[in-house]
Write a protein that binds this ligand. Structure first.
Ligand SMILES: Cc1cc2nc3c(=O)[nH]c(=O)nc-3n(C[C@H](O)[C@H](O)[C@H](O)COP(=O)(O)O)c2cc1C
Length: 222
């Protein structure tokens, strides 16, 4: 079981990346091999919309990491994507990467609908981890919608194994803080610092870790 893990936050100590690490650790414990990429480490040029991929059977853009990354994607049995919510969506860098997948699908025009068929790769399961600063609302929804559709088009019969949405951790590494660290952070940003509130947030974040670990395990077991 080869899992490709993609971390889409640009910052070090990202909450989404920390939860992704939890998922990766449990996937490895369950026997999977995991290869992780940080989107911000990849050199990926934006799709030009030239549609030459229709003729070439590959992307026409050269001189970036797409060819190597897409090979890793095609060879993987499962894909795990972790991203922060930016303006109710995924960060632009991840969307730039996703647009390049156009070169991996055959698009057939129809009067009523366009049909998208992946060129050739093994079926894959998907898992998603999203983090948002908003503590209760559903800012993540448009991003998750897009990722689900991406998986539906790219999975070739695989499915979405699990989704973890962490609401509330806005500051760097917040999801990994212990109650004392949370109390200190909350005092700086104007949130309540009483033990009841702090402990409730701590428990909530630990729940996100547990969910991420379960997602890693489930992906590893196919
Ligand atoms: C450019 C930008 C846009 C953001 N937009 C939203 C948003 O629409 N909704 C929200 O709840 N949080 C938003 N946030 C907060 C992040 O989602 C939040 O800090 C998240 O934990 C970041 O994840 P990370 O730690 O993995 O980078 C935004 C943050 C940035 C930097």
């Amino acid at each position: 079981m080869e899992i490709l893990a993609l971390s889409a936050s640009p910052r070090i100590g990202a909450n989404s990346d920390l939860l992704l690490e939890g998922a990766i650790e449990s996937a490895r414990e369950a026997g999977a091999s995991v290869r992780k990429f940080r989107v911000s480490d990849l050199n990926i040029k934006p799709c030009r919309g030239c549609l030459r991929c229709n003729v070439l059977g590959r992307c026409a853009i050269k001189g970036d990491d797409w060819a190597e990354f897409s090979k890793q994607f095609m060879d993987a049995d499962a894909v795990l994507i972790a991203a922060p919510v930016y303006f109710w969506y995924v960060p632009g860098t991840l969307k730039v990467l996703i647009d390049r997948f156009r070169s991996l699908i055959v698009v057939t025009m129809g009067a009523e609908h366009i049909t998208c068929t992946p060129r050739q790769w093994r079926p894959k399961n998907f898992g998603f981890i999203l983090t948002q600063g908003e503590p209760t609302g559903d800012d993540f929804a448009p991003a998750l919608d897009m990722l689900r559709t991406f998986a539906e088009k790219m999975s070739l019969g695989g499915h979405v194994v699990g989704e973890v949405v962490a609401k509330g951790p806005a500051m760097k590494s917040q999801v990994a803080m212990n109650p004392a660290q949370l109390a200190e952070l909350f005092s700086k940003v104007g949130l309540p610092t009483n033990a009841e509130f702090v402990d409730s947030q701590y428990e909530r974040y630990q729940g996100y870790y547990a969910a991420a670990r379960a997602l890693g395990r489930n992906l590893a077991s196919g």
